[in-house]
Design a protein around this ligand. Structure first.
Ligand SMILES: Cc1cc2nc3c(=O)[nH]c(=O)nc-3n(C[C@H](O)[C@H](O)[C@H](O)COP(=O)(O)OP(=O)(O)OC[C@H]3O[C@@H](n4cnc5c(N)ncnc54)[C@H](O)[C@@H]3O)c2cc1C
Length: 458
C-alpha cells in the first residue's frame, strides 16, 4: 500500500483524480497549482478520454472531440497559459448545410443550438413552409408563461416558434450535438440562455435583438489535433499519472481520508478524491457512501456514438458542390444513420490535401442502438451511402477509420441540473470528494475544463 502523507492545507494535500479525460486533467492541473500532491488514475492505456487523434491518409485527425471553442473565456485563458495560443489553427468559416426534404439548404446565419436568433435569414433559407414561417414570426406575440422548474428544449421552442423550428433547426443542431432527443433534453442544462429568457418571461426574438451581438464563435485546433491540448496539460511531471489503472472502489476512512482501490493492486490513501468519470461509473463508486447519490447518478442516461473518418480521392469529388462547405447536418426526421458530416479538408487549412478530401461522418443518438449492430465496414458503407444521397458524391472511400464511443454522451435530460445538485448535496457528508465532467456540468471541452477546475477548488 502507498501511504501519501496527511496534511491539513492544500500544500502537500494528497488528491486522487479518477479519470484522465479533459475534466480530470484540468482538475489535476488546478490542484497542482494549489500545491496539492496529485495522482491521476486512468482506466485506459492513454490519457484524453473522448479526445483522440489518429492518422488517416497521412494526416492527424480527431475521431472524438474535434474543435475547441477558442474564444470561450476560461478555455482561452488555459490555452494561453499552456503556451498553445500562437499555434492554434482556426476553423475556416464556411457553409453548414442542412439536409432537408427539399435537398441541401444553407443553415441560416444566426441559427444556433437554441434555434434562430434572427428571423430574416430563416425566412430566406427555404427550409420552412409558409405556414411554419408565419407561426415562427408570431413568437413575440405568444403569451409568455412562467417556467416552473425545467422543460424539454424541444417543447419550449415548439411553444414559442412552432414545431417546424424545433424539428428543422433545433433537432439537427442541438439534438445532433447532444446525440439526443430535443423533446427530452433539458432547457436549463443545454440552453441556459433560453432558460434565462423564459425566466424573465421575455420573447426569444426580441431579447436576442436587444442583446448586443458579441464576436462570432470561433473554433480551433492544432496541427497535431486536440491531443496537443491533452499532452500539454499532462506534461507537468509533478502530476503522477497511472494509466491502465481502473479504480474499482473509493472508501471513506474514519479519519476523513479516502482509500482508493483498483486494478494492478492499487490501494492508496489520500486526503481528497475527484471523480472525473462518467455518471454510471461514479454511481458504482459512490454507492457504498450514498445510495441516494448513486441512484440519482444512475438516472443520467448516455448515448453511444461512432465516427468514421473517410478519405476520398480528391479528383473524384472536386465537383461535389456540398464539399465546398464545412459540414452537413441531418435532422433525425430523415431517418438516416448519418447524423452529421464534417468536411475536414475544407474546415481546417492544415487538412487541405492535394490528393485526398477528408470527411468525418458521425452517427449515434440516444435510443438508436443501430451503430453498435454494424461492423466497421458496414458502418462506413451505410454512412457513405447517406452522404452520397445527400450530396451526389460518386467517389468510393480510399481509406477509412472508425472510432466507437460506447455510452459516451451523457443525456442532460429535463431536471438534470436539479438531479446533479441533489447528488452533490448527498455527497456533502464527504468533504474532499467531488465530481467533475460532462455528465454533471455539461458537454464539451469548455464546460469540462471549468468543471474540473471547480472540482479542484471545492
Ligand atoms: C465523437 C465526439 C465528438 C465530440 N466533439 C466535440 C467537439 O468538437 N468539441 C467539444 O468541445 N466537445 C466535443 N465532444 C465532447 C467532449 O469530448 C466531452 O464532453 C469531453 O471530452 C468529456 O470529458 P470528460 O473528462 O468529462 O470525460 P471522458 O473524456 O469520458 O473521460 C473520462 C475518463 O475516465 C476514465 N475512466 C472511466 N472509468 C474509470 C475508472 N473506473 N477508473 C479510472 N478511470 C476511469 C475513462 O477511460 C476516460 O478516459 C465530443 C465527444 C465525442 C464522443
Amino acid at each position: 500500500m502507498i501511504r501519501i502523507p496527511n496534511v491539513a492545507n492544500d500544500a502537500g494535500r494528497s488528491v486522487a483524480v479518477v479519470g484522465g479525460g479533459i475534466s480530470g486533467l484540468a482538475a489535476a492541473r488546478k490542484l497542482r497549482q494549489r500545491g496539492a500532491q496529485v495522482t491521476v488514475f486512468e482506466a485506459g492505456d492513454r490519457l484524453g478520454g473522448q479526445i483522440r487523434t489518429v492518422a488517416v491518409a497521412g494526416h492527424l485527425v480527431d475521431v472524438g472531440a474535434e474543435a475547441v471553442h477558442a474564444s470561450a473565456p476560461g478555455l482561452s485563458a488555459l490555452i494561453a497559459e499552456l503556451g498553445l495560443a500562437d499555434d492554434q489553427i482556426n476553423a475556416t468559416r464556411g457553409t453548414s448545410w442542412l439536409w432537408t426534404q427539399r435537398g441541401l439548404r444553407r443553415l441560416p446565419a444566426g441559427v444556433g443550438p437554441a434555434g434562430p436568433r434572427r428571423l430574416g435569414p430563416v425566412l430566406r433559407s427555404g427550409v420552412m413552409s409558409a405556414a411554419g414561417l408565419a407561426r415562427a414570426g408570431l413568437e413575440p406575440l405568444i403569451p409568455r408563461r412562467r417556467l416552473n422548474g425545467d422543460i424539454a428544449v424541444g417543447d419550449f421552442v415548439s411553444q414559442r416558434f412552432g414545431s417546424q423550428v424545433a424539428d428543422r433547426f433545433v433537432d439537427p443542431v442541438l439534438g445532433s450535438l447532444h446525440s439526443g432527443d430535443i423533446n427530452q433534453l433539458s432547457l436549463r442544462a443545454t440552453t441556459p440562455e433560453l432558460a434565462a429568457v423564459a425566466d424573465a418571461r421575455g420573447s426569444v426574438l426580441l431579447s436576442q435583438r436587444a442583446r448586443r451581438s458579441g464576436p462570432p464563435m470561433s473554433f480551433g485546433t492544432w496541427a497535431g489535433g486536440l491531443t496537443t491540448l491533452v499532452a500539454r496539460l499532462s506534461a507537468d511531471t509533478d502530476i503522477e499519472v497511472r494509466t491502465s489503472t481502473r479504480v474499482s472502489s473509493v472508501k471513506a476512512l474514519p479519519d476523513g481520508r479516502y482509500c482508493v482501490q483498483g486494478a494492478n493492486a492499487l490501494v492508496v490513501e489520500v486526503d481528497a478524491v475527484v471523480l472525473a468519470v462518467p455518471a454510471a461509473v461514479a454511481a458504482d463508486l459512490v454507492r457504498p457512501l450514498s445510495a441516494d447519490a448513486a441512484n440519482l447518478l444512475g438516472r443520467v442516461r448516455s448515448a453511444s456514438v461512432a465516427t468514421a473518418v473517410v478519405a476520398y480521392p480528391r479528383a473524384a469529388v472536386c465537383r461535389v458542390r456540398a464539399l465546398s462547405g464545412t459540414g452537413l447536418l441531418v435532422p433525425s426526421s430523415r431517418g438516416r444513420l448519418l447524423k452529421a458530416a464534417t468536411f475536414l479538408s475544407t474546415k481546417w487549412p492544415h487538412l487541405d490535401d492535394p490528393d485526398h478530401v477528408l470527411v468525418r461522418l458521425s452517427s449515434g443518438r440516444a435510443d438508436t442502438p443501430e451503430t453498435g449492430d454494424l461492423d466497421d465496414a458496414a458502418l462506413v458503407a451505410r454512412l457513405h451511402n447517406d452522404l452520397v444521397d445527400a450530396t451526389g458524391l460518386t467517389a468510393r472511400p480510399a481509406e477509412s477509420r472508425v472510432q466507437r464511443w460506447p455510452d459516451a454522451i451523457p443525456q442532460l435530460e429535463v431536471g438534470h441540473l436539479d438531479r446533479v445538485a441533489s447528488v452533490r448535496e448527498h455527497l456533502r457528508r464527504y468533504p474532499g470528494l467531488s465530481l467533475a465532467g460532462a455528465s454533471y456540468d455539461g458537454l464539451g471541452i469548455t464546460a469540462c475544463v471549468r468543471s474540473g477546475e471547480l472540482a479542484a477548488m471545492s
